[in-house]
Design a protein around this ligand. Structure first.
Ligand code: HEC
Ligand code: HEC
Ligand code: HEC
Ligand code: HEC
Ligand code: HEC
Ligand code: HEC
Length: 451
């Protein structure tokens, strides 16, 4: 097959290899830009729409037009310092335009990384993004759909490239064989497997080492997968309405209990019914705003027609809003909100993170986020177990203490009095380190948490 061999020859030439390498590099830099954008910038910036921060599409061009193309890197790394330095007009201008909202500093980003973000942003097609996918407060559905689409695409391209390279290398080998007339002698009748055996024996040390590395990493990977089974950390299911907690509990300061009204009274916190939404959203109708679609969903659920009559009317055609459960312990676990919030005096933040700043739908906060929460319990808690696992409950019960002499809730007075009378030594033992932990009072007993 001379034609085929010719093709293979061309493909395997050094120049073509170099090109492939270049394409791969560019591809990965693009992927890096996209990843960095989503991880660090997307909370405030969208590509095509102004949100908390300005749209980033052609931001570089705007700085270049102002004659400050090279200062945009300094801006991203530390915008406050750039403003203070007085060498940038654009920095002051955009800051004033945004009423002095402050952008975070990203001191650890290199010029290349910032470039990759701006490259990726500018490579987006303004016409293709009519949908909500690029809105700063994108819903979780949008984000996950985008990721699902982008990842396999890169893998497919990489896969094709690798197979071409492997084919090319194979071609070279065959060419070499023909050139050295090796094919005339001995190895003619050898199958690929036989050849591999000979080769593997010749390089047995390397083959052995490689096999060892592969086997060990497979075992480690296997156990890591086992450990991650059932871990729901950072879980963020899609929701029927892109309900933002920051707008409600943050900006508008609505108390958590207004919507989760059984949290102090019962085991579960509960979710608000659509009537609760309508208390405000009959008036707040989002008319002319970009989130009108979300408010319209509330109206559809409540059976409210805002166009009927001067101030709208109920149509009696309701449909329930089916929120997807975010936090979900298995059935064999007993968890009680009022016990933690009322008796334990814990703030919601301690377990759910700061919901007043969450500008997307609810999610299970990873323990790293919870570790950042200001203490509202005596000892600062350092978790290293995934949120919502048994280890997480156990760690908190060991590290947080209860004030057993505090008469406020009265819950512990009985235990305290009983210990004082019957088991004074035990009480002093509990108090040895100056505090009584939840675990010492039974917070580690299996039956307290398990049915
Ligand atoms: C906490 C919110 C926030 C985050 C996160 C954020 N920005 Fe900003 N950004 C802003 C705000 C607000 C402005 C408008 C200027 C101001 O008020 O400081 C801005 C302005 C900018 C500008 C100037 C745009 C223009 O039109 O001149 C650029 C460029 C920029 N950001 C890039 C980035 C990049 C890149 C990232 C991610 C690495 C990022 N920002 C992350 C809030 C943010
Ligand atoms: C205006 C009503 C409202 C207010 C106020 C509110 N929430 Fe919510 N909350 C909701 C709705 C609706 C959902 C369901 C949508 C979702 O999961 O994103 C929800 C979901 C949640 C969830 C996840 C529920 C699950 O399925 O596991 C938590 C946790 C939560 N809220 C905590 C809080 C905290 C903490 C506050 C106060 C800082 C608060 N909420 C204030 C309406 C509200
Ligand atoms: C106590 C009043 C109040 C209640 C109750 C309330 N909201 Fe809101 N909601 C607001 C306010 C205020 C805004 C902000 C409107 C604005 O920025 O113009 C808002 C905005 C919104 C937005 C648009 C957010 C954005 O800016 O993108 C959605 C979606 C929304 N609410 C959904 C809900 C749902 C679902 C419920 C019921 C679970 C609910 N709201 C209950 C007051 C309320
Ligand atoms: C942020 C810290 C924290 C986390 C996380 C936590 N707890 Fe607690 N828990 C407490 C405190 C403080 C008390 C003591 C106050 C009280 O009795 O309610 C307590 C008490 C309890 C009690 C009553 C113990 C007794 O002696 O009567 C049970 C049961 C319980 N927790 C279950 C759980 C379960 C299940 C989880 C995990 C899903 C969990 N807790 C996670 C802080 C925490
Ligand atoms: C000690 C940790 C802890 C604290 C403090 C806490 N929660 Fe929760 N929350 C949980 C756990 C665990 C679940 C999952 C419960 C389940 O699946 O049975 C949960 C579930 C929820 C849910 C989902 C609906 C439900 O009832 O299962 C909402 C809403 C919620 N919490 C709101 C709040 C609010 C509001 C506060 C503050 C007033 C708060 N939580 C304080 C641990 C906590
Ligand atoms: C502070 C509360 C708490 C205490 C005390 C506790 N557990 Fe758990 N346990 C949990 C929670 C929460 C889960 C669910 C973890 C998950 O879904 O990942 C769990 C899960 C389990 C599981 C299922 C396996 C798993 O990891 O999901 C077993 C088995 C178990 N517990 C046994 C015990 C035994 C035995 C004890 C007493 C020595 C005990 N638990 C004490 C909260 C507790």
């Amino acid at each position: 097959m001379p034609v085929f061999q010719r093709v293979v020859q061309i493909l395997s030439s050094a120049r073509v290899m170099f090109l492939f390498a270049l394409i791969l590099l560019c591809g990965s830099s693009f992927a890096q830009g996209e990843g960095l954008f989503k991880a660090k910038c997307a909370t405030c910036h969208a590509v095509f729409k102004n949100g908390t921060g300005p749209k980033l599409y052609e931001a570089r061009k705007r700085w270049e037009d102002a004659g400050e193309g090279d200062l945009i890197y300094e801006w991203v790394r530390n915008n406050a310092a750039l403003r203070a330095s007085g060498k940038s007009v654009r920095a002051i201008e955009v800051f004033q335009e945004y009423n002095g909202s402050v952008m975070s500093a990203f001191g650890d980003l290199t010029d290349d990384q910032i470039s990759s973000i701006l490259d990726w942003v500018d490579s987006q097609d303004p016409n293709a993004s009519a949908g909500g996918g690029n809105v700063a407060q994108a819903t979780s559905t949008d984000i996950s759909v985008e990721e699902e689409e982008s990842i396999p695409w890169i893998w497919i391209v990489m896969g094709i490239m690798f197979s071409i390279i492997i084919m090319a290398v194979g071609g070279v080998r065959r060419e070499l064989k023909i050139a050295t007339k090796e094919s005339d002698k001995g190895s003619e009748g050898l199958t690929y497997i036989d050849e591999f055996k000979v080769w593997a024996w010749k390089y047995r040390l390397y083959v052995g080492l490689t096999t060892l590395v592969i086997v060990v990493s497979l075992i480690v990977g296997f156990f890591q997968t086992l450990y991650s089974v059932n871990i729901v950390e950072a879980y963020q299911p899609s929701q029927p309405i892109a309900f933002p907690h920051d707008v409600h509990a943050g900006v508008n300061g609505i108390d958590c209990k207004y919507c989760h009204n059984s949290v102090t009274k019962s085991k579960s916190a509960g979710l608000p019914t659509v009537n609760v939404c309508m208390n405000c959203h009959k008036k707040i109708n989002g008319e002319g705003e970009e989130y009108q679609g979300e408010i319209a969903k509330i109206y559809a659920a409540a059976g409210w027609d805002p166009t009927r009559g001067p101030s709208g009317a109920y149509t009696n055609q309701t449909e329930p809003i089916v929120w997807n459960k975010v936090h979900n312990l298995p059935d064999h676990v007993y968890f009680n909100h009022s016990q933690h919030v009322v008796v334990g005096g814990l703030d919601c933040k301690q377990c759910h993170g700061d919901m007043t700043k969450l500008n997307e739908t609810a999610k299970v906060q990873p323990y790293q986020e919870l570790n950042k929460i200001e203490e509202n319990i005596e000892s600062k808690i350092e978790f290293d177990r995934a949120t919502m696992t048994m280890g997480w409950c156990i760690q908190c019960h060991e590290q947080s203490s209860v004030n057993i002499t505090d008469g406020k809730s009265g819950y512990y007075t009985e235990i305290h009095d009983r210990l004082k009378e019957n088991d004074y030594n035990l009480l002093t033992k509990y108090n040895e380190d100056g505090r009584v932990s939840v675990s010492e009072l039974g917070g580690w007993e299996c039956s307290k948490c398990h049915y």
